[in-house]
Structures are given as C-alpha cells and as structure tokens.
Design a protein around this ligand. Sequence first.
Ligand code: IVH
Length: 761
Amino acid sequence: MFYCGGGVIAFINRVMTSEEAKIEIERLSRDLARYDRWYYVEAAPEISDAEYDVLYRQLEVLEGEFPQWLSTESPTQRVGGQPIEGFEQLAHRLPMLSIDDVFSREEVTAFFVRLQKLTGLQQLDLIVEPKIDGVAVCLIYVNGCLQNAATRGDGMEGDVVTSNVRTMQSVPLRLPEGSPELLEIRGEIYMPNEAFAELNRQRDEAGLAVFANPRNATAGSLKLLDPREVAKRPLEFLAHGFGAIEGLELASMNEFFELLKKLGIRGNQPLWRVHSLDEIFEKIEELDQLRHDLPYGTDGAVIKVNSLALQRELGATSRAPRWAAAFKFPPEQQQTLLKSITVQVGRTGVVTPVAELQPVLISGSTVARATLHNQDEIDRKDVRVGDTVVVEKAGEIIPAVVRVVKEKRPADSVPYVLFDVVGGKCPSCGEGIIREQGKVAWKCVNFFCPAKEVNQILQFASRKALDIDGIGESVAVKLVESGLAHAPLDLFSLTEDQLAALELDPAKMESGALSKPRRFGEKRAASVIQSLQKAISEKPLSRWIYSMGISQVGQSASREVSRLCEDFASLPDCEVIEMIRERGGREAWRKEHPYRHGKGFDSEQQRVENLQRHETYKARMVELDEVLAPYQVASELGGVAAGKLLVFLRSNRGQEVLARMAGLGICPKSDNYDPKPVDLEGGSEGLPLAGKTFVITGILSSPRDEFKRLIEEAGGKVTGALSKNTDYLLAGEGGGSKLVKAEKLGVEVISEEELGEMLGE
Ligand code: IVH
C-alpha cells in the first residue's frame, strides 16, 4: 500500500510542490466524494472502510500542510466551525408549499377527475411515490456547490441549517461538473427507524429524555446549535422535488429524478409512472404492502403530475399545488382505557373535554391524551369514563378517540355531561360557562379568565406568530399567576429582573419524579427580552395579526390581510377588508332570503318587494365583485375571517390593543403589501385589448399566468368562466369542454398566434 503511516506522508509532503499538492488534494477529494456517493447514495461501497480511512487521513494531512488548497467542499470539512448562537432565516425563492391530503378512494378519484377537467386530457401522465415522514428542507447549490440548506419554516422563510446539513454524508457538498448555475433541491431529512430506536436506547440509558418519534428526533437534531453534535445523529436525506433552477430546462418530474441520479443525490423511490385511476390504486396498494419494509417512516403516497408544463398550467393555491395530492394511509388504531376526562380552557374561552388515556404506543409514539372536542362529540360517540376506546393518530399526528368498545363497558358507567361535571363553572376561574346559540362548545366568557390569558400569551409567543423565545406553557402560567402579565402586550412591560426571578413549578422528569423548583434565570430572561424587541423591529404585519389569536384568522388569512393593508393602524378602517366581509355575507343572505319564484306570496306587494330586495342585493354583489376584482383576493381570506378580524379590531378590546401598541411604539408594517397585483381599471384606453374579456383554456406554450399578464398589460381582462360577456377564448391544446361552451355562446376562439397578432407582435 502506498499511502500508509505518517512516515510516508511526511516523505510525500517533503518532496511535493504546492502545485503537486493542489492536484493531489483535488484528486483525493474527488475520490472520497465518489466513495461517499457509492456508500451513502447507491448503498454499494466501492472500497473498505479501512481503505477509506487511510485516504481521508491522507487528505487531512495534505490540507494541513497546504492550507491554501483547503476548500469548504472538501470531504474533511463536513463538520466545521463552532456552535452557532441561533438560526438565521432564509426567504424561500419560491414558497415551500404543502400538499392537499386525500383519505379515500373517492377523494383520489375526485382529484383525478379534477386533473382531467383542468387539463382537458383523458389520459394523464402521473407519478406515484412514497410520502416520507420527515422534515422538509431545501438544499441550494450554486454552481455545483452546496451554498445553503434551510428548513421549510412557515413556507415563506425557514431556518438556515447549512452547517448541520453539511454533516450528513448523503448530501453531496459538490455536484459533478456541468451542473446548473442554481439548483434548489427539495426533500426530506429523516432518521431511519433502527437508528432512531438505537438513539433512544442510548438516551434512555444516559438518563436523557427520549424522542417521541423519528420525525421529532430529526427535527430536534436539526435544531442543535453544534454541528459536531448533529454529525453524531444518524440523519439521511431523500429528494422529492425542486425549487428554483437556473441554467437548466427540465420537462418532467421523471427527468428531474434522472438528473438526481447523474448528480449523485438520493432521490425518493420507488417511483411509479401511471396513467389511469386503476393504476394509481394498484400502486397505492403495492406501496402500502411495501412501506413496512422501508427503513424510514412513510405515511402515504404522493400522486404528482409528471409534466412540468402541466404543473405550471395547473398552478397552486397559497397552500398547496393543484398538481399533487397525498393519499394518506389509514392510521394505525389501538384499544386503551379511558381513565378520566379533564377539562381545558382555550384562549378564546372554549371549554374542551380531554380524554386521559392509559398510555399506548401508536405508529411509533406514546399516546396518553386525546381531545374529545365538545359535548356533542361525546354524545355522538357515547364516550364515558372507564370505557375501553379505540384510539388512532389522525394524520399520524393528533391522537383521536374513534369509538367506544361497548362490549367492554363497565356495568356501572354513566353518561358524561360536561356541564354537570364542572358544576356549570369554568374550571379555571370559577365563573359561569355559556353555550352560544347554534354553537356546540361551552365557553367561559370571563374576560379575565387566567386560562384564556395563558393561552393568548402562548398564541402570541408561538413560533408561527411572533416567535418569542422561552415563553412556554409553564412560563406563561407563572406570568399570569404572579400577575406579571394578563395579556400578550403586558410582556413588553416586563423587566429582565422580573423575568429572571420568576419561580417555575418543578418539572416532571422522565423517571416520573419532580425536579426542584427552578428560577427562570438571567440568560433566558435576556433572550425573551431580545425576542420581544425583535418582534417589534422585525416581525411583519401578518405575524402580528396572527398573534392576536382571532378565531378563523389563521396564518394564510393573516398573510392575505397584510397584502391588502399596509400597517396595523389602518386595519380597522380598511375598505377592502370591509368589502370582503360584505361579499362573504352573500351565502348567509341567500339562505335568509330565499328567492321565491312568483308563488307563495300573500300579496302582489309582497312579491314586488321580494323581487326588488333581490335585485338591489344582486346589484350590490355585482358591484362588489367588480370593485374587488383587481385585488385578486385569495380564497384563504373569506367573509367570515374578514368579519371576525373587523369585529375584534373595532371592539373595546381591539381598540385597547391598538392604543397600547401605539403607546409602545409598535406599528407593524406589511412585508408583502401589493393590494392590486394587476391594474384592471382605467388607463387602458388606447391599449390594443382595452375593454376585451378573455378566458384561457388548454395547454399553452407558456404558463397561463404569463398570458394573463400579457392580456392585462394590453388593457384586456381575464376571467375564469365563459359567459356571453366573454369576447375571446384563448385555447391551447386540449381545450375540452370550454371549446364546446364557447361555440354555444358564440364566443370567438383564438390561438396563441392570433393573440400575438392582436397584440401587434
Ligand atoms: S412533493 C409542494 N413528494 O410532505 C408539494 N412532498 O405534507 C411538493 N413530502 O411539504 C412536495 N414526501 O415536505 C413531495 N414524496 C414526496 C414527499 C413530500 C414528503 C412532504 C413535503 C411537503 C409535505 C406536505
């Protein structure tokens, strides 16, 4: 053997010039990267571990001698640097979306039929592949070098975890020659089941808390601040998609997976190409059999459109693409004893019964509690204390009581009546609880109920809201109990000393014993204060809206509101939100005032009044549609959410919040303000398509949005549905039912070329 032992290395170095060392370092790096690839990606090692170690050591020594040739992509540099203070954020170039879940054959069929309809194609080219139960990340390669890795975060921005991901040997640091200028690979990081079990065994032995499941272990590992610790965790990566790409044209997912092979990146498998519904079902069943033998967790099958042109055509909602669906395998179920029912009070005062269960293992994690939602649900399932119940993890995450095993019910069991059990009083504050008309939930309406206060603070501080470090449940409870904070904004009046001195309750340790009472401490106090300052200076309007915890106003709705309104102070008077609320009332109004066709009126006057009322209302709705059209409001912000937001902001409490924020100098600004993405109004005279209305169908040479932009820039309007007011139907390949309808309505059908002529191109 040529390279063995320090003596030989020393000898080589003595005679090696810097140029020779450079060539040697490059050669060794390349070889080691290739062996890594064979070992970690292809699972077919080319050389023995001992041989690998010798080459690795050789490279390390040469790099030490000739540091001028040390590159960050060298195989020796995976675990570099010092622990970091915290994670920076990275804005995703393209949002990292979710996938719509489907749970039954009917829903898969509906997805398939929808695709057929939207594309106008009978036969579809689809891919079926496993849904990996991991942590989503993107890997950004610039000119073939791994530049950044980030988690999905809220889909818009995630944590930069580059130094942690670099430690994973299944992730290449450098791609082969000729890879594109920019390549963003997306996929899942996971911990193989066996490695997870071993890690937990070791942790248990060392007296450390064990992880609930492989996904938590993965997420926890990626959040470690010291890459040297991460390197010890058995994490792996599988790619299933991509984000931004520059310098390469891809036509299909299939091509993308081929590219992965060329680049030495592990791609998801098995992959099946299918064309019909029957084939989809066949492959889902095959995967269901096969998945138990995969070394990692899978909770479903992802069905994707193969053609990227079609994917673009189909587009996405703000949540998920229309070209993919995830069929979720039915969750594993277990029977267990329902020991008792506890009652919790949420941030809006809703009183929720929770089943306390004999702990039971389901899909790899222990379940000891499950929400019973409300009295109606308890009645519907007839759940009683002492029952044996069937429990499952809905979506493999949230435990749910499915049904009672009646045969095992004790003879003396009694129905559970929440109101009686709590004596009609809120278990947190002792004030009366009420049930609003038409609602299923009991509610504590005491404005100062401590449970509500705690949960409002928790919502405010949560990761998806203002991400205040260090405010967990025990801290929030203590803040409320001690009177230091009753509302989220009170946090801004806390001093570092007050926080540091906070005495927390003893924690329950893994062994079941209680720890000593703990002081919150200076370090954590400083971090809370710092996060609060960051919330003021850095967090955008959308997060502030979401942090208020207004019912129905979730993350997507908050994001849409912040696109439409510039800052917090202008929200209560925002006209667009008001109009969205009014337009959203349409359905309710229709229900309340059903239009009656001529019959059943007591008098002619009544008939005329009914008609007039209808006409007025309809005219107002048409007007609202027209005024709102240029705002292109996403469906995530409906009338109900808009209404709830305005009611809150205009209530005494909302006004108080606004005044306090102003007093504290907090004025969150929108970071996505773009109320009218297209100008449909005015200014179009003289433009070639002024006043013309278009509908687009079929497959075109560019994404539909591109044509929409062209038409709108030329003064035209694009709508979704054909009507007699449509001037032109722009039809690509496979226009389907719209072509037939256009003919019926006498709407002129034009091709891309004809549109080009109209645009004067
Ligand atoms: S494709 C935007 N394929 O599941 C959708 N995603 O629940 C394109 N996931 O955010 C994603 N396995 O992180 C795709 N084979 C697979 C997947 C997969 C797991 C994750 C992904 C996504 C999440 C949605």
